[in-house]
Design a protein around this ligand. Structure first.
Ligand code: HEC
Length: 293
């Protein structure tokens, strides 16, 4: 009979399983989670209850065993009491609480309308907190106003801004360095032209002349170009050079931004008619055509 019941129970559970599976879609995932958490908490509570029960059982068993050894219950209680600390001793100490029996000694002399005052000491935790604030204040003062090891709000703000500026400059120069002959832009920004002039004076003037009028290399201010007069062409010529004809490759010596700067500087020199120009070389490119770039 007993076995039959158990078998029947299992049979019902297994038969019910497909129904649960079908229900899966009806129960939302969140609800499933909640059910899961609930189950875990319930199991934990059950666990605690069982532990308490086991503890209780141990206590009872110990008492029975001690009794068998001829020790009376009172004796056991006394031993336990002697070992037990008075309840909440640390707590009482921390709050500086005094027992009721001492109240008489603590009473202060004055009395108003029957209201009297106890001379209780300030609780220890409060005093610790109080002294703590003083120590903190000294530390704060030294750190922020005497040794200036810490930064005050405005200084902190300025440091952050300076850091952001550096990061921004790094980012911009990085993106400026992504320039190449396909995307270089013609600009007349004085900063770019000044930078280009410095690069030109240092690297290019020996062959192209102080004013780009041409020496070994061609005149870069006239309408005639061997390799094209558009900003992209000039960038390309500088970058890769014309090694066979004596124009060096600058790709490895100058950054892409520097090449763009010096290319723009050369464009800005167009039509400046410097003294002692070299005879025209290459194909004439009209101003209209150049202006398009
Ligand atoms: C060692 C000498 C020398 C130096 C240094 C030199 N160049 Fe040249 N450059 C030449 C020669 C030579 C040519 C002509 C190449 C040819 O005949 O194809 C030339 C051509 C060019 C051209 C093409 C001109 C055209 O008509 O198409 C440009 C632009 C140019 N150089 C720019 C520069 C720049 C910018 C620098 C400095 C970063 C520089 N060069 C440094 C010798 C030099």
């Amino acid at each position: 009979m007993k076995h039959q019941r158990i078998i029947l129970l299992f049979a019902f559970i297994f038969m019910g399983m497909p129904a649960w599976a079908a229900d899966d879609n009806l129960v939302s995932a969140e609800l499933m989670n909640d059910i899961g958490y609930g189950a875990i908490v319930a199991i934990l509570i059950l666990f605690i209850v069982v532990m308490l029960l086991i503890l209780r059982t141990f206590k009872v068993l110990t008492k029975i065993m001690l009794k068998q050894q001829g020790i009376t219950e009172d004796q056991v209680e006394n031993v336990i009491k002697a070992e037990k600390k008075p309840k909440n001793e640390t707590w009482i100490k921390l709050l500086s609480l005094r027992p009721m029996s001492e109240e008489k000694d603590l009473l202060m002399e004055h009395e108003y309308d029957g209201i009297q005052e106890l001379n209780n000491p300030t609780p220890a935790w409060f005093m610790y907190l109080f002294y703590g604030t003083i120590i903190f204040a000294i530390g704060y003062l030294l750190n922020y106003h005497v040794f200036h090891t810490g930064q005050l709000q405005y200084e902190e703000y300025r440091t952050e801004i300076a850091k952001a500026d550096i990061a921004q400059k790094a980012f911009l120069s990085k993106s400026a360095n992504r320039v190449d002959e396909t995307n270089v832009k013609l600009v007349n920004d004085p900063v770019v032209l000044a930078s280009g002039q410095v690069i030109f004076k240092k690297n290019c003037s020996p062959c192209h002349g102080e004013h780009a009028q041409g020496v070994v290399g061609p005149n870069l201010t006239d309408d005639y170009w061997l390799h094209g007069g558009k900003i992209n062409d000039i960038f390309k010529t500088i970058k890769y050079g014309v090694p066979a004809k004596g124009m060096p490759t600058w790709e490895k010596l100058l950054s892409p931004k520097q090449i763009a700067d010096v290319a723009n500087y050369i464009k800005s020199l167009h039509g400046t008619n410097p003294a002692g120009p070299k005879e025209p070389q290459g194909v004439k490119e009209t101003d209209d055509k150049l202006a398009l770039n």
